[in-house]
Ligand binder design. Structure first.
Ligand code: FEO
Length: 397
């Protein structure tokens, strides 16, 4: 496994490819394709290190860095974002080179002090501030909420590189590093999953920030992210994708998400899907059992959809916990301009549909009807009623 790679005359990748990672942010994000923590060494008359790696790899990172440079030659450290997957090796590194100035935003200082409780040599920067390294000047651009309040981008003029940190990244391990050297379906699936699950709540800011950076008219030959590939071939393609995704993105898709106790709600979901297809043969319909499927994949499919149906049996006067977990996620993600409705089977009290409807509204979905309930196990007549509900839903979205 490579530990460094020269990208240009002045820039060397010195990060960590993490093929082993299967969960990120605790259990919150599935990383079935692994990830990477990208760190970059920029060498001119002066040398700057941009970002580090996650803490479990701190010693490995510092040892590998020593193979590339005498650590005492590092004049500056730039931390574009203080989350520990990028700042985690700072304590180990600063034990070797104490006092090295750290350039980050004012919120970056708060974040790093909050994580490490160290009084390091911080140099807070704001948009337009620069750091001259010789022939190279680094320019800082604050990018709050892409995706934390402390985030910034760093632009390197001599090699025309934008160091974008999490923005434009993916949890995707690759030894090839460059975007044109990997499977394009995998790459864009992971980039979309990353956007849908991490950046969706900040879409209005994403659009505005990209427009602001484009207006600066910076020539960009490469976008060096902090996770996944480096966008070298046609780097603006991912910027254009982000502009699409940030603009209340949707495809002609309806996603049906359900959980079921004794298969009644599953059978309802399947009958509803038949009804949707009968009403609109062009729409893509996808069904997911929230109790079995990967929650981040479901979120990604909801992101792609123009409308969603949430279904659950009633248990203890409520809906099932797998749907409850997903509902919490979609509330936080603040999807825009998506329609929705609820359905579910029940035996006795039957509150799930009413509660789902209320919570879908609270999550920002435009709920198009009061939902559909079936008591006891659905028979043929009940399933035909579900298909009718599906037909009506397809017509109303
Ligand atoms: Fe990759 Fe927000 O850390």
């Amino acid at each position: 496994m490579q530990t460094s790679k020269k990208l240009t005359e002045k820039v060397t990748w010195v990060g960590k490819v993490d093929w082993d990672l299967i969960k990120f942010h605790g259990e919150e994000f599935s990383t079935v394709k692994g990830s990477s923590y990208n760190s970059y060494l920029v060498r001119d008359k002066k040398t700057a290190l941009i970002d580090t790696v996650w803490e479990p790899y701190d010693r490995e990172f510092v040892n590998n860095l020593k193979k590339v440079i005498d650590l005492r030659e590092i004049d500056y450290i730039v931390i574009n974002h203080g989350e520990i997957d990028h700042s985690g090796a700072l304590p180990e590194l600063l034990r070797e080179i104490p006092g090295t100035p750290i350039y980050c935003t004012k919120n970056g200082v708060r974040s790093l002090q909050g994580h490490y409780h160290e009084d390091w040599n911080f140099h807070p920067v704001k948009t337009g501030d620069t750091l001259n390294l010789g022939e190279t000047t680094l320019t800082f651009v604050e990018a709050p909420m892409l995706h934390w309040p402390d985030t910034m981008f760093t632009y390197m003029d001599s090699e025309r590189i934008l160091f974008s940190n999490d923005a434009f990244g993916q949890h995707y391990a690759t030894e090839s590093l460059y975007n044109d050297k990997v499977d394009q379906c995998e790459l864009f699936a992971e980039a979309l999953k990353y956007y849908a699950n991490i950046l969706t709540p900040f879409s209005p800011r994403v659009k505005k920030k990209i427009e602001e950076v484009l207006a600066m008219d910076l020539a960009v030959d490469m976008i060096c992210t902090s996770h996944g590939v480096i966008w070298k071939h046609d780097p603006l393609q991912i910027v254009n994708k982000y502009m699409d995704w940030a603009d209340a993105y949707q495809e002609n898709q309806i996603t049906v998400v359900y959980d079921t106790m004794w298969e009644g709600t599953r059978r309802m979901a399947e009958a509803i899907a038949v009804g949707i297809q009968e009403a609109d043969g062009d729409v893509t319909v996808k069904l997911f059992n929230a109790g079995k499927e990967d929650k981040n994949d479901i979120v990604t499919e909801i992101f792609r959809s123009k409308a969603v149906l949430f279904g659950s049996s009633t248990v203890n006067n409520r809906y099932l916990s797998a749907i409850g977990g997903l509902m919490e996620m979609v509330k936080g993600l603040k999807f825009q301009k998506k329609k929705a409705a609820a359905f579910g089977s029940y035996g006795w009290s039957g509150e799930s549909v009413k509660l789902l409807t209320k919570d879908l509204e609270a999550a920002g979905f435009a709920v198009v009807n009061e939902g559909h309930r079936t008591q006891w196990a659905p028979d043929e007549e009940a399933l035909e009623a579900c298909a009718g509900f599906g037909r009506d839903f397809a017509q109303s979205v």
